[in-house]
Write a protein that binds this ligand. Structure first.
Ligand code: KOT
Length: 798
């Protein structure tokens, strides 16, 4: 089947649809239409095309009485949708032609769309890839989340330091959603619980409404479309007229302001625990709305209440929706009179939980007092769940302990399956965070290695490589990514390698133009583009990368006529606003960039580029243009990584540690096509127990010692020797993430990379074998794994 679908839609029809929307939805005539107006009319015209498959999918699910999957996630990091939808419907060329006829440029219109940035990083982007795959495979599914008024903050650099401003994606109309005022669900907080005979009655003292907004998510070739349902918080009483009439205008709008606060803003933390009351309310708000909504749908079909697990699978994206356990038990027991033990059993068979991190600071815990005040009935139910678990498993693992409610333990106990997100991570989950629970329930923890959607992360973002793959192995690989292995036989063909290089070159030129236009930065596309793009975190070790950059700069200055391999070091990523050390690392990268990029002896050989406000759309530009992928986390700390998959798929070999999914990527692309360095997870644990390990490593590495000395003496901070004092103290005396121990190994491996890059044929072979080896990392494969091993659902379309 060709990679195009809507053969019934031709370009004149789309042109007419856009002109119609321009008039009737935007109220504009073509002469006065702005870029925004054209973009909206294109988006609305494309949305119209999704509606029919969307209705058909819903009908099909009802007719088949199919089991539905509910993916509960605090985050959906979607990015732009126009290109995504156009590609999935196979109308990309028609859309470009229609716009051209209207005197508009497709690329400019597409680039005008703001990113839907309802997530922080990997966890949220994974949820978005899963939505695409669920629809592509044809599994009846709903994504449930929060319609944040403000997504992830915008990042700016002021004198090299990160400054945050509010993101405003909803300042404009959002073209893709359908508002559902009729789907308004009451969510309760606070109050007390009374006993009425056997029955417990929760008398809450605060209520807000959860109102639904639906976005259809069409899969590949538009054969199936699921729903992303996001909840916005609204007040029960919009306006306090009594206060207004008294002249208290602020008091009059207080109910609305209070309620709306719940869905106002995405928490900007990635892998840290914020422990704020509002966060707990957000978690309960969207989870309770989702559970009520799915229960209503389930009951409307007339099934017996305890057949719930046969018709519903609920997946918890980390512990943020873990309150789903007690909430479901509450509904089954309190509202449907199921005996408590049976309610717990039914809920457990329905729920499953994905763990995304081992970092202790990210494991959610709530002060018991706060929890009991906001959710008194759930607090009591958790005590009952804990007692039942004690009785059944004979373990000492508690859910409530030392005045804290531990959401990881709660999610584990209430799930029939718990999964990690890479082979290594899943083993570490068994050995570390959930060791005792794993012993008590040995079949519960399984692995589902993450994946990425090849539609967005190759087909759409890399048209040059897409065309070469089409020419080489034919079409159809975008929904059958393992077919990329057919490229292997072409890698020895010099003409293929030439074409592969040309595709990479054009992507690098595209990025160079974009950097020039946006940031007035000039980069040389002949240099190696060496890319580290991800959240800024100590465990991801951007610090090690910038220290290595300084060391290389020193070496070049010591021998300016040496045989150096020109590099552009590209960084992208945001730090949580309250994460002081991560912000200091950002400042250092920018300080180093300023110094190095101004050095006439080295700047053609080594450049540092850090474009501000990295997001999904920027990733779509950077990834196809990259030559080398930096995946250098301390072994055992990165649960999986998915950027590592995107870069390798697009032809960037990895320099990396044996961490997360790097291990499996290396197996798939071949160990000879992966630059491995550093300590293993086991070495890391051992090394940490050696007293003074950091100091010893620095003293054994003159290169590293010199770099640290330069930072200390203010070389990069205009003589300010205080700016990085805390950071340096941490490196010398603490270094929990073992930057010092891996430094030499990393530096030397980078020089190996230089050697291979100097041989374009060898490098192209390696890059192409990365593309050819990455088929397994499609999120379609991941979703099929969840469907068979956790959800027990089958696709309704083939
Ligand atoms: C954030 C807060 C609490 C618990 C976990 C997180 C978290 C984990 N946020 N993002 N992650 C990342 O999830 C990705 C998808 O599984 C992984 O690839 C990545 O390694 C995690 O760091």
């Amino acid at each position: 089947m060709p990679d195009t679908l809507r053969t019934d839609l031709d370009q004149p029809a789309l042109t007419q649809a856009m002109l119609r929307h321009l008039r009737s939805s935007l109220g504009k005539d073509p002469e006065h239409a702005t870029t925004y107006d054209w973009r909206m009319s294109l988006a609305l015209s494309l949305r119209d095309l999704v509606v029919e498959p969307w209705f058909a999918s819903t009908r099909r699910t009802y007719d088949a009485k199919g089991k539905r999957v509910y993916y509960l996630s605090m985050e959906f990091l979607i990015g732009r949708l126009i290109e995504d939808v156009a590609i999935n419907l196979g109308v990309e060329h028609i859309a470009a032609a229609a716009l051209a006829e209207l005197g508009q440029d497709y690329d400019r219109i597409v680039a005008d769309e703001p990113d839907a940035a309802l997530g922080n990083g990997g966890l949220g982007r994974l949820a978005a890839c899963f939505l695409d795959s669920l629809s592509t495979i044809g599994i009846p599914a709903y994504g449930y989340g929060i319609r944040y008024e403000h997504g992830l903050f915008e990042q700016h650099f002021e004198d090299g330091a990160q400054v945050e401003t509010a993101e405003k994606w909803l300042a404009q109309r959002h073209a893709w959603e359908f508002e559902r005022p009729e789907v308004s669900i009451s969510i309760h907080f606070g109050g007390y619980v009374s006993q009425c005979g056997e029955k417990s009655v929760w008398h809450s003292d605060e209520t807000v409404l959860a109102q639904a907004y639906d976005t259809p998510i069409a899969g590949w070739q538009g054969k199936w479309a699921n729903t992303l349902r996001l909840w916005a918080a609204k007040p029960v009483k919009l306006f306090d007229l009594e206060s207004f009439n008294r002249g208290d205008y602020i008091g009059a709008s207080r109910p609305e302001a209070l309620a709306r606060t719940i869905s106002r803003v995405l928490y900007p933390d990635d892998t840290t625990d914020t422990g704020k009351e509002l966060r707990l309310k957000q978690e309960y708000f969207f989870t309770a709305a989702s559970i009520q909504d799915l229960m209503r749908r389930f009951l409307a079909e007339g099934f017996e209440i305890d057949s719930l697990p046969d018709h519903v699978a609920i997946q918890l994206n980390d512990t943020h929706p873990a309150i789903a356990g007690p909430e479901l038990v509450r509904i089954l027991a309190d509202e449907h009179a199921l005996p408590m033990a049976r309610a717990i059993e039914v809920a457990r068979k329905t729920l499953a939980y994905t763990n995304h991190t081992l970092l202790p600071e990210a494991l959610e815990r709530w002060p018991e007092g706060l929890f009991a005040r906001i959710l008194p009935r759930h607090h009591r139910i958790i005590e009952i769940i804990q007692d039942a678990h004690f009785a059944a498993a004979g373990t000492k693992v508690t859910i409530i302990e030392h005045g804290q409610v531990k959401m990881g333990e709660l999610a584990f106990v209430m799930a029939h399956k718990v999964n990690g997100v890479s082979a290594l991570h899943s083993e570490l989950v068994k050995e570390t965070v959930f060791h005792d629970l794993h012993t008590a329930y040995p079949d519960r923890i399984i692995n589902q290695t993450n994946g990425i959607t090849p539609r967005r992360w190759l087909y759409s973002c890399n048209p040059a490589l897409r065309a070469l793959i089409d020419d080489t192995i034919g079409q159809g690989w975008a929904a059958d990514l393992e077919r990329l292995s057919e490229l292997r036989s072409s890698v020895e063909d010099a003409a293929f390698r030439e074409a592969y290089r040309a595709a990479k070159r054009s992507n690098k030129e595209r990025l160079a133009e974009w950097l020039k236009a946006r940031d007035r930065i000039t980069v040389n596309p002949d240099a190696m583009f060496d890319t580290q793009i991800k959240r800024i975190h100590e465990y991801k070790r951007q610090l090690m990368n910038i220290l290595e950059t300084i060391a290389l700069w020193n070496d070049i200055r010591d021998d300016p006529n040496g045989d150096w391999t020109p590099r552009v070091k590209i960084f992208g990523g945001k730090a949580a606003p309250g994460y002081v050390m991560a912000k200091s690392i950002i400042h250092l990268i920018n300080d180093v960039a300023k110094m190095l990029n101004a050095d006439p002896t080295t700047r053609d050989l080594l450049q540092v580029v850090y474009p501000e406000n990295y997001n999904v759309s920027m990733a779509e530009l950077l990834i196809p243009a990259s030559d080398l992928s930096e995946q250098i986390s301390t072994a055992g700390k990165e649960a999986s990584g998915t950027g590592n998959m995107k870069l390798s798929l697009n032809g960037s070999p990895t320099i990396g540690t044996l961490d997360g999914a790097n291990v499996e990527i290396r197996d798939h692309v071949g160990v000879e096509n992966f630059f491995l360095f550093g300590l293993t997870a086991r070495d890391v644990t051992k090394r940490r127990s050696v007293p003074g390990f950091a100091r010893a490593a620095i003293e054994a590495s003159p290169r590293l010692a010199r770099v640290l000395g330069q930072i200390a003496d203010g070389t990069f901070s205009g003589g300010d020797s205080d700016r990085y004092a805390a950071l340096l103290h941490n490196v010398w005396d603490h270094d929990y993430f073992l930057v010092t121990c891996d430094f030499d190994s990393y530096f030397n491996t980078q020089r190996e990379v230089d050697g291979v890059y100097r041989d374009p044929e060898a490098w192209t072979r390696m890059a192409a074998l990365n593309t050819a080896g990455m088929g397994w990392f499609s999120s379609d494969r991941t979703i099929r794994g969840y469907a068979s091993d956790i959800w027990n659902v089958r696709p309704l379309v083939v």
